[in-house]
Design a protein around this ligand. Structure first.
Ligand code: HEM
Length: 480
């Protein structure tokens, strides 16, 4: 017994000696928190925006915190972001992405596979196929909207705007990229959406590894069902999937990835392509409905460029500004990199800090630049024309500390790892908003309703989601 206690004490002591860390002169301010190993993990996970604001007040624009045994250096000065974004030699994107892939999707792919898959995606989402992809997406959106609300319908239909936006865009995106026509022997998009929603609600806990035993079982069975539902996607010519998914499947096969791992990879792609668009459309429509002046201006612009909207090159500066503003308020990804070799980080103010190998670096553009009161006046408010100049052109000059900013909002990330689907996503949201606002009467059930609060546990995971929903009612417009 005495020996057991002795050995245990020795092990604990050894652990603390090996993991002890103190700040050296060259390090950013270090804040380990009071709980050994765990550090600040709980506060970080509960509301990252609030926690990082508290740390910024205490330490300034750069600091290192301990969270669940890892040391994460957080940088909150947008003038200095390029030193992180542009250095892919010392700061690696893939390693942390692979950790998340394994935790969330139980997915392990050959080391160089993500780079090849990304090159292929760029070809399909930005190249010559873009027009065809958009056309298919619009066709599905229109059909789904009509099925939801036939055009001869006379009565109002009540619904939660988040549910309406997310389900329609998810199903249209699924049919465009993964599924094909419903009568073509492929999976019903509504079933996929229902399962996906359950998966989505556990996503942040999966990523943090904080699922309770019961939730673990649910996550496992939901993933299992999704893997089965997605099994045929992209495999056969008559599965109705997009050329991109066929090419992706072929790539996985050529790399020797087995059938089971392929399904897991397809679920990851479902998340990457569908997880953010619906929530983004919700926030934009919600802000417009709760700001009638903005709604009128956006509607007028859409009605005047009506016939041109199928063309992605048509100018819609008011819509673009309103979308940019909605994303400024609700896009909150962490931009995380792993330090693979020691690096001196040169801050824009002339300070220098050493980043240690094995640590992570994290930018959180939501806190700055997006919600920084020095850059955006009254940052909590939705101002549809924040990104418009007086002459109606796009406004791109914003300042901090008297210097013009390169990054004044960053919903799509930046640099080589910025969003591949940005243009497709913008076009999709624009089409959806256009259809809903021009073919339907859409209004708040309660004219005084306010936007719901955000789910603070989702900071760091792309688009935020609301707590609860915003009740709206809609019916086809009379002119139809
Ligand atoms: C409103 C919708 C969307 C938002 C806000 C969004 C946001 C982002 C952000 C912030 C990143 C960078 C992550 C980082 O640097 O760590 C990213 C990456 C990525 N996005 Fe999106 N995204 C959206 C829609 C889409 C769509 C529709 C697609 C596909 C068609 C897509 C495909 C990707 C891919 C493949 C990457 C990874 C790039 C890489 O590996 O370097 N996204 N997205």
């Amino acid at each position: 017994m005495i020996w057991t206690v002795f050995l245990l004490v020795q092990a604990v002591l050894l652990y603390f000696i090996l993991t002890h860390r103190s700040r050296s002169k060259t390090d950013p301010p270090l804040d380990k928190g009071v709980i050994p190993w765990l550090g600040h993990a709980l506060e970080f996970g509960k509301d990252a925006s609030k926690f990082l604001n508290r740390m910024k007040l205490k330490h300034g624009d750069i600091f290192t915190v301990r969270a669940a045994g890892r040391y994460v250096t957080v940088l909150l000065d947008p003038h200095s972001y390029d030193t992180v974004i542009n250095d892919s030699d010392s700061l690696d994107f893939t390693r942390y992405a692979q950790v998340l892939m394994e935790r969330i999707f139980n997915l392990r792919l050959p080391h160089d596979q993500p780079a090849k898959a990304k090159a292929m995606m760029i070809k399909h989402f930005r190249g010559a196929n873009f027009g065809a992809l958009n056309g298919t997406m619009i066709r599905h959106l229109r059909a789904l909207l009509k099925a939801e609300m036939p055009l001869n319908q006379k009565d109002w239909k009540d619904e939660g705007l988040f549910n309406l936006s997310y389900s329609l865009l998810f199903k249209a995106g699924y049919l465009t990229l993964f599924g094909g026509e419903q009568n073509n022997n492929s999976t019903d998009p509504s079933r996929v959406y229902e399962e996906y929603k359950k998966f989505d609600s556990l996503l942040t806990k999966l990523a943090r590894g904080t699922l309770k035993p019961e939730e673990k079982r649910t996550a496992q069975s939901v993933r299992q069902r999704l893997w089965e539902l997605l099994a045929p996607a992209g495999l056969t010519e008559d599965s109705g999937s997009s050329p991109w998914l066929h090419a992706y499947r072929r790539l996985l096969q050529e790399e020797g990835v087995d059938e089971e791992m392929q399904r897991k990879a397809v679920l990851m792609q479902l998340w990457a392509t569908q997880g953010n668009v619906g929530p983004a459309a919700f926030w934009l429509l919600g802000f417009l409905l709760t700001h009638p002046e903005a709604l009128t201006v956006v509607k007028t612009e859409m009605e005047t460029s009506e016939t041109l909207l199928l063309d992605r090159h048509v100018d819609t500066p008011v819509f673009d500004s309103a979308l940019e503003e909605a994303l400024r308020l609700t896009a909150a990804p962490f931009i995380t990199r792993e330090v693979v070799q020691e690096k001196t980080l040169h801050m824009a103010d002339g300070q220098e800090y050493l980043l240690r190998k094995g640590d992570r670096v994290c930018l959180f553009p939501f806190n700055s630049p997006q919600m920084d009161p020095e850059i955006h006046q009254e940052p909590q408010k939705f101002k549809y024309d924040r990104f418009l100049n007086k002459d109606g052109s796009a406004k791109r000059d914003f300042y901090k500390g008297g210097r013009r900013l390169k990054y004044y909002t960053m919903p799509w990330g930046a640099g080589t790892n910025g969003c591949v689907g940005k243009q497709f996503a913008i076009n999709t949201i624009r089409q959806f908003v256009y259809m809903v606002l021009t073919d339907y009467d859409l209004e708040l059930c309660d004219p005084d309703a306010q936007m719901p609060e955000v789910d603070a546990g989702r900071y760091g995971f792309g688009m935020l989601q609301p707590q609860g929903d915003l009740l709206v009612r809609y019916k086809p417009r009379k002119r139809l």
